[in-house]
Design a binder for this molecule. Structure first.
Ligand SMILES: NC(=O)c1ccc[n+]([C@@H]2O[C@H](COP(=O)([O-])OP(=O)(O)OC[C@H]3O[C@@H](n4cnc5c(N)ncnc54)[C@H](O)[C@@H]3O)[C@@H](O)[C@H]2O)c1
Length: 332
């Protein structure tokens, strides 16, 4: 039985607590949060102890920690936990700063402890099936990838201000999807972005609408589209054109009822947001982490993957600001 400490009892911490306690081979031992009330509430809900992040990391009875704290704490906690001998699953992104993430990778790697980054979309059954099909060569050589990721509505501007910006906070998932599906990093990143959903987001120095193209050294191309507003729900689609066909993965809809009348044909909306769409993915992600830590020790989404996605976010941020293409090698 893997004994787990959960750091962070916020939105995503609650999701992970459920995954940890639902898995037959993991036990939630302790929960921390700087908001002690939140830690206490979540710990009580699942029969765990409320604690502090420092005490959890120092506790030799705890085998692994799940870091679900605010982004600006991730690198420090990864370093402290791996130095204390823990296996780590840390939420995305690794850090707000690529430089800091690179330093963290060096320290964590020296400990030899497994560190997995929470790119949950890889564990979505639809995207996993698409990836398996391309890996089996079912559409020949993958040549043009299109990733669409629209949120149902923008978060509060207070969140935007500490998020690191759309590329580091939101498109980071899509950068990882592109690297995962295309099997490596692109050579060049070009970004176009604006704040047309909410001018307040622009006033806070961020964007809410963006298109990024990734150009690979061998001529393959990926296009990522992000918006903070899709009034019909969480729009999560992937399309991959290959030399021998097309793979596409669409949205999960709220129900399968289709109403057909003389006025038209109407079906349900996409599932509302990430808590609905990706609940199965979070459980599968946790199962993959437990399997890796208790098995081979090789996690399916590495700290390198986290750093690579952050490098693409950094390149896109620079490209959107300058209007110029950015070579990925220049940001690493
Ligand atoms: N993979 C996903 O789908 C997904 C979804 C949402 C959030 N996230 C990521 O998860 C992280 C948390 O996001 P959230 O939406 O749950 O935020 P949140 O604000 O709801 O929760 C974060 C919690 O961390 C606590 N905290 C901050 N520093 C701490 C520390 N040193 N020790 C213990 N607790 C600490 C805060 O008090 C807060 O309760 C972010 O990095 C975010 O990018 C990932």
């Amino acid at each position: 039985m893997l004994k787990i400490g959960l750091l962070g009892a916020g939105r995503i911490g609650n999701v992970h607590a459920k995954a940890i306690t639902s898995h037959a081979a993991s036990k939630l031992v302790a929960v921390s949060d700087v908001n002690q009330e939140a830690a206490g509430k979540l710990a009580t809900q699942y029969g765990a102890q409320a604690s502090t992040s420092e005490a959890i990391i120092a506790n030799s009875d705890i085998d692994a920690v799940l870091i679900a704290t605010s982004t600006d704490t991730h690198s420090d906690l990864i370093e402290a936990a791996t130095r204390a001998g823990k296996a780590v699953l840390c939420e995305k992104p690794v850090d707000l700063s690529l430089e800091r993430a690179l330093a963290c990778r060096k320290i964590a790697a020296a400990t030899g402890r497994p560190v997995m980054i929470g790119f949950n979309r890889r564990f979505d059954p639809n995207f996993a099936a698409l990836k398996a099909a391309v890996d089996r060569g079912e559409i020949g050589r993958a040549e043009l990838l299109s990733v669409t990721s629209f949120d149902p509505g923008p978060p509060p501007v207070s969140y935007i201000k500490v998020s690191g910006g759309l590329f580091r906070d939101m498109m980071i998932h899509d950068f990882d999807m592109a690297s995962w599906i295309m099997g490596g990093l692109p050579q060049t990143v070009r970004a176009v972005a604006s704040s047309i959903v909410d001018p307040e987001i622009g006033a806070a120095g961020d964007v809410d609408t963006a298109v990024v193209t990734l150009e690979y050294a061998d001529g393959r191309i990926a296009v990522i589209k992000n918006s903070r507003r899709a009034v019909y729900g969480y729009d999560q689609r992937v399309e991959l054109l290959g030399s021998e066909g097309l793979l596409s993965a669409g949205n999960m809809i709220e129900n399968t009822v289709v109403k057909s009348t003389k006025d038209g044909v109407v079906s349900a909306k996409p599932e509302f947001f990430f808590l609905e769409r990706y609940m199965r993915a979070y459980a599968a992600e946790w199962a993959a982490f437990v399997g890796a830590v208790t098995g081979s020790g090789v996690v399916p989404v590495s700290l390198d993957d986290g750093v690579n996605a952050l490098a693409l976010a950094e390149a896109a941020t620079r490209s959107a600001k300058s209007g110029m293409a950015v070579e990925v090698a220049t940001v690493m």
